[in-house]
Ligand binder design. Sequence first.
Ligand SMILES: [Zn+2]
Length: 90
Amino acid sequence: MASKITCAEAVDYISRREEGKLTRGQRFRLWRHLAACSLCRIFSAQNKLLARFAAERPVADALTETDKDIIIQRVLGESQEGKTDSGSAP
Ligand SMILES: [Zn+2]
């Protein structure tokens, strides 16, 4: 009987599975973990979507440091309402 894997290991396996780096034994243990663990099933499904999305749109490298700063500022700005430019000035 092969040993069971933890959720942390399952997450690691799921990430590596997308890169095709799992052995047959690892795939089996992951499959058995997913059969018993709904949280990791959700993670697995999301990971597949993300991997497909990233493969279709290799945009991450196209973002400049300035773009990233703008995005970060926007995200931070939304959490502290009105501190930055409100956009409704005349
Ligand atoms: Zn799990």
